[in-house]
Design a protein. Structure first.
Length: 299
């Protein structure tokens, strides 16, 4: 297989799809403590990777010297902190269906954000996809008086994170290191404070379970490395389809393995979001076909 890019991207999405199983193992630990540990160990692992490849350290120095670059990465770190924290809490507290919905919604939220921040023009089908998704949210709020805040926060924060990362020049390892390094002092203070007040992991974890905390850095960093390496040679159209492996696996795990209830509210929301996604994919396919036709040499 000459082009391993799609395989790397597929591996990334499969790992992300299976991650709820890992976070469930830490469900008894306070979600804030797990989040803080994830930040610290992700920083340690990416820092180790950069030390092994010293030529990449120049990228770290460049990021800190450039105020705009560092500002974007610091902001991205804060946003992904919210994303990680709510996701960890959702998995630990039986809301995996909502977290899977978030990643189905993400492309729709991302294109909507693109029109606001980057003045990107949407096709009629893309506007229809946004409208259908929004209609599902409105119906859910009015009919069931429920705001799907978990899905909105996770999906929305990931869309904002993507918008911020679109503007940075640093590669995956450098950006992840700078983002987590910026947050690490606060994370360490939180860890020590929670342990001092008896709300940390000391009274919950024992033996091999302590290994789960450093592994949280591994399961965070490794998929990002696969994604960064794979996207260099993977067509965006293929990546756009493969990304739905993650929420689909999460949805199946939540219902089949952990017995979460797929309610009428979920059915309505998923129905509208899936319809919006189909319209979004059709629009993307049309755009790609049009670009191919434009690139054909004139005879």
């Amino acid at each position: 297989m000459k082009n391993k890019g799609p395989l790397y991207v597929l591996t990334c999405y499969v790992i992300w799809g299976l991650l709820p199983i890992f976070w469930k193992l830490l469900a008894q630990v306070d979600s804030l403590y797990v989040l803080a540990s994830r930040i610290v160990w992700s920083m340690v692992l990416t820092g180790g990777i950069l030390l092994l490849r010293r030529d990449r350290l120049a990228g770290v120095r460049a990021a800190f010297r450039d105020r705009r670059e560092w500002g974007l990465l610091a902001a991205a770190g804060c946003v992904v902190c919210v994303n990680w924290g709510v996701y960890i809490w959702a998995v630990a507290n039986g809301h995996m269906i909502d977290s899977s919905l978030a990643y189905y919604m993400n492309p729709i939220l991302a294109i909507l954000l693109g029109t606001v921040l980057f003045r990107e023009r949407l096709t009629k089908l893309q506007w229809l996809a946004v409208a259908v998704t929004f209609a599902g949210l409105v119906i859910t709020v009015i009919r069931y008086r429920q705001i799907p805040w978990i899905a909105l926060v996770i999906g929305g924060s990931f869309a904002v994170y993507g918008a911020l990362k679109k503007q940075v020049r640093s590669d995956a390892a450098v950006s992840t290191f700078v983002e987590t390094l910026t947050l690490a002092p606060f994370a360490l203070v939180l860890i020590f404070w929670m342990e001092a007040h008896g709300t940390g992991a000391a009274g919950v974890l024992s033996g091999w379970q302590w290994l789960l905390l450093p592994v949280s850095g591994v399961v965070t960093t490794v998929p990002l490395m696969f994604f960064a390496a794979g996207m260099k040679t993977t067509p965006m159209t293929l990546s756009g389809i493969l990304m739905y492996i993650n929420p689909t696996m999460q949805l199946l795990l939540s219902v089949a393995l952990y017995g979460e209830a797929f309610t009428a509210t979920h059915a309505i929301l998923f129905g509208f979001v899936w319809t919006g996604l189909i319209l979004y994919l059709i629009s993307g396919a049309r755009e790609n076909r049009r670009h191919r036709e434009e690139e054909k040499p004139c005879v």
